[in-house]
Design a protein around this ligand. Structure first.
Ligand SMILES: Nc1ncnc2c1ncn2[C@@H]1O[C@H](COP(=O)(O)OP(=O)(O)OP(=O)(O)O)[C@@H](O)[C@H]1O
Ligand SMILES: [Mg+2]
Length: 417
């Protein structure tokens, strides 16, 4: 068991449709994250990323967090949680201030960002992220660091990600019901991108496809920011459900058939391979034997549908340009054998499986593609949010619960968004 630590604790919580996972980390002296413990529980009461049963989902959260706490030897007060269901929007807002030719001072940036806070109101939606993406001087020159430059006008492009309020409220509610504070709710494509894309890919252009159990999130990243996203209400669990329905086996067997014998690519040998389909059936059940080719037909059917929808989403988002721009496939569904090869053929682009870049102390069992969002949450938490509202508000709001991102979320919820 790890020793309790003096360093601040970071806790990440990913509530998915198939699993709830928690990770507790701290920063080493040199600001590197070190994982102290992880926990995972089967998810209950979550469908396609939405909370559908308060009690069941709260229980799963409590258990996953307790496991991570036991392994870490510490207790946590609050978490960075992910939101990956539908209804996320991504836009860029632009604001500028008059400078009259003088040198840009830090106070000008503060004034600009304060003005930016007014501009990011998204009506009934809750703003999850508002990041200054790019500063402009006199409407034209893009600059990284404007302080000290002379200009007539200073502008900023703010990248805003917002989501529908009711599902966020439910997420917030069950986490609090499990006696945890909510430090921030992060859009899962933002977290997953941080975990499994390289800085260069995010800069030059890449599509990230997170194939979860119930949801597939497609996001485009360019110039270092997320520039578009689409959510498809289909996932790897649909493949298992198809297998269960077609062969009349229970869900556990269907899952086993998919994970051990399944693949996205067929082979002529599949006709000759016989598989016991109802391994875990109750005593007395008639054994069901199928050929691997029969299993493959069911899997392929769903994978084709899913890939078709991913292709449409990519086209909708305008993912064109250099053919070299890759697609990175992550989420638990990326573990299906040969899925990257299959998608590469259909999408006509390089497709690679994205695993989270590892963190010190991350257990092997939690380092596969299903944990990209969880690891990305911890990375984001460890690096500070960089959010415009934190920069602009600073720590003016009193009290631990009300600081920065926390205060923002609570305020948004209190204001009835
Ligand atoms: N080897 C494998 N072959 C095929 N599918 C797999 C394999 N391993 C895991 N999966 C599938 O991955 C899915 C779980 O993925 P993940 O953990 O990313 O989903 P989640 O976060 O719980 O759900 P969501 O993000 O969709 O709400 C399950 O449907 C599981 O069957
Ligand atoms: Mg997920």
């Amino acid at each position: 068991m790890a020793q309790a630590t003096e360093q601040p604790l970071i806790a990440a919580l990913d509530i998915g449709s198939s699993k709830v996972s928690a990770l507790i980390a701290t920063t080493d002296g040199d600001d590197r994250l070190r994982v102290l413990g992880t926990g995972q529980r089967e998810s209950r009461g979550v469908k396609r990323g939405y909370i559908t049963d308060i009690e069941a989902s709260e229980f799963a959260v409590r258990e996953a967090v307790e496991l991570a706490e036991r392994m870490s030897g510490v207790t946590i007060d609050d978490v960075w949680a992910s939101y990956g269901a539908g209804g996320l929007t991504s836009e860029v807002a632009n604001v500028d201030v008059e400078l009259g030719g003088h040198q840009v001072e830090p106070s000008d940036i503060e004034a600009l960002l304060s003005q930016g806070r007014q501009a990011i109101d998204r009506g009934g939606k809750v703003v999850l992220h508002a990041h200054p993406a790019l500063y402009t001087i006199d409407g034209a020159h893009e600059v990284q660091q404007p302080v000290g430059l002379h200009a007539d006008r200073l502008g900023v492009d703010i990248h805003v990600i917002a989501a529908d309020a009711p599902p966020l409220r439910n997420l917030d509610y069950i986490i609090r019901a499990a006696h945890l504070g909510v430090r921030a709710i992060v859009a899962s494509p933002i977290a997953a991108a941080l975990a499994c894309l390289t800085d260069e890919e995010r800069e030059l252009g890449v599509a990230l496809v997170e194939l979860g159990a119930g949801v597939t999130n497609v996001s485009l990243h360019y110039g270092g920011i997320l520039v578009g996203l689409r959510s498809i209400p289909l996932g790897a669990k649909d493949i298992s459900d198809d297998i269960a329905a077609t062969f009349g086996v229970n869900r556990r067997d269907a899952e086993r058939l998919k994970c051990f014998y399944g693949s996205a690519m067929t082979s002529p040998r599949d006709n000759h391979e016989l598989i016991d389909a109802n391994h875990g059936a109750d005593d007395g059940a008639e054994p069901v034997r199928i050929t691997r080719a029969q299993l493959m037909m069911v899997i392929r059917h769903r994978v084709e549908e899913l890939t078709g929808q991913i292709d449409t989403a990519l086209k909708d988002l305008g993912f064109g340009g250099p053919i070299g721009r890759p697609v990175v496939l992550t989420g638990g569904g990326a573990e299906l054998k040969n899925i990257a090869d299959y998608m590469q053929g259909v999408l006509g682009r390089t497709v690679r499986v994205g695993r989270p870049r590892t963190l010190a102390g991350l257990p092997e069992a939690h380092s596969g593609p299903a944990f990209s969002t969880l690891v990305g949450l911890a990375r984001l938490a460890g690096s500070g949010s960089g959010d415009i509202r934190d920069i602009a508000i600073g720590t003016a709001v009193q009290g631990r619960q009300a600081k920065g991102v926390v205060g923002r979320l609570i305020n948004a919820l209190r204001q009835g968004y």
